[in-house]
Each structure stands twice: as structure tokens, then as C-alpha cells.
Design a protein around this ligand. Sequence first.
Ligand SMILES: Cc1cc2nc3c(=O)[nH]c(=O)nc-3n(C[C@H](O)[C@H](O)[C@H](O)COP(=O)(O)OP(=O)(O)OC[C@H]3O[C@@H](n4cnc5c(N)ncnc54)[C@H](O)[C@@H]3O)c2cc1C
Length: 578
Amino acid sequence: MSDTGCDTVDLLVIGAGAGGMAAALVAAVEGLRVAVCEKAEQVGGTTATSAGTIWIPGSTHSLRAGIPDPVDRARAYLDSVIGQRADQHLHDLRETFLASAAPAIDYLERHGDLAFAAAAMHPDYLSNHPGAALGGRALNTLPFDGRRLGTDFGRIRPARPEFTVLSGMMVSKADIPALLKPFSSIANARHVAVLLARHARDRLRHRRGTRLVMGNALVARLFSSLRRHAVPIRFGTALVELSMRDGRVTGAVVQSSTGSERILSRCGVVLASGGVGWNAELRRRLFPAAATRHSLAPDDITGDGIVAAEQTGADSAAGPGTGGLWMPVSMISGPDGQMKLFPHIILDRAKPGLLAVDHTGRRFTNEADSYHAFVEAMLANGCTPDRPAHLLCDRAFVRDYGIGFIHPGTRRISRFIRAGYLIEAANVAALSTQIDVDPVALGQTIAAYNRDAITGTDEAFGRGSSDLNRFNGDPANLPNPCMRPVSAGPLYAVAVWPADLASSSGLTIDQDARVLRPDHTPIPGLYACGNDAASIFEGTYPGPGTTLGPALVFGWRAAMHAAGGDISLASESCCSIV
Ligand SMILES: Cc1cc2nc3c(=O)[nH]c(=O)nc-3n(C[C@H](O)[C@H](O)[C@H](O)COP(=O)(O)OP(=O)(O)OC[C@H]3O[C@@H](n4cnc5c(N)ncnc54)[C@H](O)[C@@H]3O)c2cc1C
């Protein structure tokens, strides 16, 4: 099947993100005739804009790196983190995940162009729980040379602009220290020189840098694997509805610029269309009211897989927790008038000298905890779509660490102030007026923070007390890498709102990623993975890679099941125009 042609296929995959491309790769390797329909003109979805880390307990990568991560420890960690919420079905899915994670990743590496390495230090997000890993459990995607894709390079959705510098040079976390202090060592200087020289060469021929890292590397590696296995991808082709015969999913109706058509699929359909995304009705139904407005999903992700599955009788539950996985975002208007979102992932919240206050002017959480925990605390503390929380700091903090869109060392911060992004105030009283909180409460909050910064013990929230906090703090700042006193003025604030980085609610699946009805019987021929499926972690965010790890693993399981499944459906003529 060509990129524009169509025949009956063995397996139809909807969506070319991590979950969909993994499923398609496995299906092709297992001998199925597979096709991918991708709504956008590029592959990648949210995956391309992500950090590309996968959470894989017990991997062979951790063994090779000398940081073994026995699965029993991960099991103990999950039991501790998820504890009370535990739903037996999701507990069983976690067992499946624990048993399949390492073999799935080994398989993808063996048969595709995927390549991962265990991060020596990348702590789990609730690192004070028993069984938490400091390193070894999170795998980073290795960089990929986009030039290997030839003209297909343009088919990769670019990274978020916040992850790039100098018109499209991607920057991974490992690059940041050298870029911030290029002259502090020969190694740093060499690293930066190599990056810049490569980027300068790239820009002569390409619209952006070709050294792909993080989620862009993961997507490029999956895409390259699909090309190698000659898996056709139909770009600009969206799932409209699933086709059913005798209670079984037999294909789908898809829409492209040339009209709508029915594609028949003998072993079924894998839904991997990226979850809830911008679907207003699903957001209203599955997310808290305060978190319906902002999403980090690309525009093309509009809940299509979940909606189509529901029409066939599938179960999709809000599930435990807040229905989403969250990041705090700040916003600035771009030159085109579009709002740009900055996800506050790791760069500023844990650094010493920052605190966050809610609408009362009081701290409400340990700001250095995970982005998901931070937003859950916002949601529990009266944040609304019109009432954000504020990150506060002084001028030295902005200079040393940057905040949001403002990079460390930025000299001219006036444009951010003029844009209304950075709020500047001479002192606490003026700041309280600007962010509309009680001046007495705000004064007391900053005074208490400053007292604790001197002793190094955050009496209120334990900022700096966990490995995760300290990992993202500043090790040179003692006694607490996450706290130092805030000066009397001038003071600065940036407003932050909740945004979903992924949905945790979604379709109920079984151990083979088959989509289930409310009575937990499978709908034959229908699979889901990635964000189209409900998170197995019951609304918690155990560690780096919490969504992409299961997306790859259940994508693998779905395709393996389809390949060994019932392919007795008679071959029918396909592509009948609807
Ligand atoms: C800034 C950021 C950083 C992140 N970092 C990480 C991380 O390091 N680790 C981690 O685990 N998670 C991370 N995440 C979350 C992670 O990116 C997502 O959970 C994951 O990418 C979802 O993968 P997916 O395959 O389900 O969907 P996607 O990657 O979003 O792919 C879905 C695809 O389906 C297509 N599609 C949509 N509708 C249709 C339709 N009707 N027909 C056909 N195609 C359709 C879309 O265009 C898209 O290409 C991050 C998220 C953000 C925003």
C-alpha cells in the first residue's frame, strides 16, 4: 500500500505518536500488513514535543549501566505510591506492565532503530517512598541524526520552541550546563563548539537543527523504523468512526482531503490518537473545572479515538485522581498574537530562592516536587481558570536560574515586564497589590520562607528534603539546594495555570490492550494504547516516563496479540467510498 493508496490491511493503526508507531512496527515485524492513518501532516503528536524519557523497571539497560533495578523494588514502590487507590483491574495491568516492560523495549531496539540508555541519576517523582529509584529506571532516548531520514525529516513534528535555541537547535537536559557556562571548562567549550558548528551547517540546508534529542529523537527513531519496514503512513487522514460487523471492529472510516473512505482491517484497529487533548466535551467530563482551559497537546489531538470507541460501547472512565497528568504553565503572547505556553518542568521551581503562593498569598505546596504534584496542589487550593498561582523570586534568582521563558543570564527583562509576563514590584506590599493577594499574608509567607532558608529546613512543606527536590535544585547552594532567602525587593512574579501534559483517564483496556466494555468484556478487534487508554497508575505520576513507558509497552502487546489473534475474517474489498 502506498502513502496514498489503500487496500485491505491486517492491522490499522490510528495515530503516529509513540503508542501508534510502536504498535505498527511490531505488527510489521510479526508479518502483518499494517497501515497507519495520521491526522496531521507530520508524525509525532505530543511525543515529538516531550522529553522522550520512558519509565521501564527492570530493564537490561539498567543492568548494563551497573545500576540494576529489580522489578520487585518497582512493585514495592508502586504499591506504596498508589496504595489506597488500588483498583484490582489496574493493579493487574501494572503487573503486566512490570512483566512486559523490559522485553518490549528489548524487542523494539532489536527490530527497529530505537535506542535508549539508563539515566544514572533521574529520581522517581515520589522519591521518599520505599522502592523509589534514583537512577536506572528512567531510560533516555539516545539522540538521532535527522539527516538519516532524508526528505522525510520534514515529516517529524518539531519540538516545542522552549526546548530549542538559535532557531531550532534542540537542547537536552545534558546540554544545558555546558551552554550556560561554556567557558568554565575545556569539556564545556568543546561540547558547545561542536553543537554550534553542527547547527550552523544544518541551517544552511534545513529549517531547523537535525540533531534530534528527547521526544523528537524517539519519534524519529520510530518513524525511521517504520520506513525501514515499509509501513505506509497516510498523512492528513483522520479516523472518523469505527466499522463494526457482528459485534467486531472490522476497520474504520477515515477522512482525508480526497474525501472519506472505509478501510477494512482483518485483525482490528489500534487506537493511539493521543487521548483527550482539546476535546471540549471530554475535558468537561473528565477533568476538574479549573483545568479545562489549557493543554500542552498539539491542536490535532481532539479525543477522536476515545469518542469513536465510546460509540462502539467502550468503557471510558475518569478513573481515580484528577483525570489528567499535569504541568504548571505560564503564558506569553507570541509575535503572531498566539498565546505560547511554557511548561515549568524542571528548570526553575526547585531552584533556591523561588516560592509559589495561591490566591491567599500563602504557600500551598513543596514547589520542588513533580510538576504533576504541584498542579494537584494548585487544584486542591482554590485555583480556577481565572485565579492562577504565582511563582515568586528576586532579581538574583532571575539572573542565576531564569524563570519560565526568561533564560538565566538574561540582561534585559523589560520586554517580559512590558508583555505582562513578568510582574515587577518594588517590595512585598506593591507585589501583593499586583498579584491581588493579602499583603500581610504575603509578607508573613516570605518572612517564614526566608527564616527556613537560613536554617535549611522548610518547616511548612519540606522543600529540599527529597532526592527529586535536590536533583533539580542547585547543589552549590548550601545547606539546602532548594532554598535561599529572597531579597526585600525588587520582587518578581510569574502567573502559572494548570495544563494537561497527558490524560490519565481514557479507555479501559485489558492486558493485551484490548478495549473493554463497562462489563469488562473485550470488544473484538479494538485495541488502544498511549493516552487513548486510561493510565495504569491510577492518576499518580510515579516517575519520569510515566506515560511513554506504558505507551510503548502496551503498543507492543496490542500488536503481538493482533498478530497471534483471530484473523479469520474473510477478505473483503476495501476502500469503498462512503
Ligand atoms: C512538554 C512535555 C514533556 C513530556 N515529557 C514526557 C516524558 O519525558 N516522558 C513521558 O512518559 N511523557 C512525557 N510527556 C507526555 C507524553 O508526551 C504523552 O503522554 C505521549 O506523547 C502520548 O503519546 P501517544 O502515542 O498516546 O500520543 P501522541 O504522541 O500525541 O500521538 C497521537 C497522534 O495521533 C494523531 N491523531 C489524533 N487524532 C487522530 C485521528 N482522528 N486520526 C488519525 N490520527 C490522529 C495525532 O495527530 C498524533 O500524531 C510529556 C508531555 C509534554 C507536553
